[in-house]
Design a protein around this ligand. Structure first.
Ligand SMILES: Nc1ncnc2c1ncn2[C@@H]1O[C@H](COP(=O)(O)OP(=O)(O)OP(=O)(O)O)[C@@H](O)[C@H]1O
Ligand SMILES: [Mg+2]
Length: 135
């Protein structure tokens, strides 16, 4: 089996429970290193973003969580790029809320914003809409 992700394309991975979707995403994100087969790594590990089905939040507020990927990459103009993203996801009012106190849907949205913050070349979302109410 071979899987190719092309620039500017959206791919969907569909399969029954236990089929191995999350496992494959973890392998592609280089989190799971114990696998058979090969990855043609056109993407460096710090250009990939994976939003887990149950996202882990760092201790501290929402803002600390979403700027974390930018901080570790020593990016500048953090405030500017964050305001636009928070606006799009309607999360400005939650900016200073303790991340551990968010609802499941809020946590998922914060995790998506955090994943988008550094403009990854490959963005992978594991069940991204499971808790999201879209209106
Ligand atoms: N850490 C682990 N150790 C052993 N087996 C595991 C581990 N993680 C997952 N598995 C098994 O690997 C298989 C694939 O799991 P995976 O989580 O990738 O499925 P999935 O397609 O994402 O399912 P779902 O739709 O329920 O999220 C399952 O049978 C699961 O029990
Ligand atoms: Mg899964």
């Amino acid at each position: 089996m071979e899987l190719t992700f092309r620039n500017s394309e959206i791919s969907y991975l569909i399969g029954e429970n236990g089929a191995g979707k999350s496992t494959l995403l973890n392998i592609l994100a280089r989190i799971d290193k114990n696998y058979q087969g090969g990855i043609d790594d056109s993407f460096a590990v710090d250009e990939i973003s994976l939003v887990d089905a149950n996202p882990y939040m760092l201790k501290g507020d929402v803002y600390k969580n979403i700027v974390y990927p930018l901080k570790i990459r020593k990016r500048e103009n953090i405030e500017e790029s964050m305001t636009t993203l928070l606006d799009i996801f309607n999360l400005n009012t939650l900016k200073n809320k303790e991340a551990s106190k968010l609802s499941s849907g809020e946590t998922q949205k914060v995790a998506i914003v955090r994943a988008l913050s550094f403009s990854p070349k490959l963005l992978m979302l594991d069940e991204p809409t499971a808790n999201i109410y879209i209106y």
